[in-house]
Design a protein around this ligand. Structure first.
Ligand SMILES: CC(C)(COP(=O)(O)OP(=O)(O)OC[C@H]1O[C@@H](n2cnc3c(N)ncnc32)[C@H](O)[C@@H]1OP(=O)(O)O)[C@@H](O)C(=O)NCCC(=O)NCCS
Length: 141
């Protein structure tokens, strides 16, 4: 992900989340040395994006979205695989994320990538209030 991608990224973000990240939040995140963000392109358009914060051998995945027009084509799975491949090159071998308890498509996506549900944060989300499932995927080094 680069600064020139942000108009489209923020558009997808606003279409998909009730508390969306702003352009400035993405820009500030991109500028940090321990973040990694990728966009997925289809037919020359940005179809989705994801990112993570790396802390030594662990990384927290923080933004995952695929534009409605490009769903169920493997875009989500491929971009997350690429994010984790790049992350592993930089030394992160354990990945965690939070997901709304009712977000069945996302939970299935993460399970298909080998993530396991290992905890719950009660009432973590707002608009609407909902529990977060905490998921992890580890690789043996
Ligand atoms: C979750 C999301 C990123 C999935 O993106 P996608 O590109 O459609 O996912 P993929 O096509 O790579 O799907 C991979 C697997 O995820 C699961 N999956 C994806 N969408 C699903 C759905 N609607 N219902 C059930 N399982 C689903 C399936 O196991 C699928 O594998 P399959 O197609 O071989 O059955 C997308 O639906 C999205 O952007 N949702 C809104 C934003 C969001 O909720 N982000 C996650 C926040 S934690």
């Amino acid at each position: 992900m680069e600064e020139r991608d942000l108009d489209r990224v923020v558009q997808i973000e606003e279409e998909n989340f009730s508390v969306p990240w702003s352009r400035k939040s993405f820009l500030d995140s991109l500028a940090l040395s321990h973040t990694l963000y990728v966009v997925a392109e289809q037919q020359g358009q940005i179809a989705g994006y994801c990112g993570c914060y790396q802390i030594l051998e662990e990384a927290e995945i923080v933004n995952v979205a695929v534009d409605k027009a490009f769903r169920r084509r493997g875009v989500g799975r491929q971009m997350l695989e690429e994010l984790m491949r790049l992350g592993k090159e930089r030394g992160s071998f354990a990945y965690t994320l939070e997901v709304r308890a009712g977000n069945v498509p996302a939970i299935h996506l993460y399970e298909s990538l080998g993530f396991k549900s290992l905890g719950i944060r009660k009432n973590f989300y707002e608009k609407p209030t909902e529990d977060a499932i905490i998921m992890w995927r580890h690789w043996s080094v």
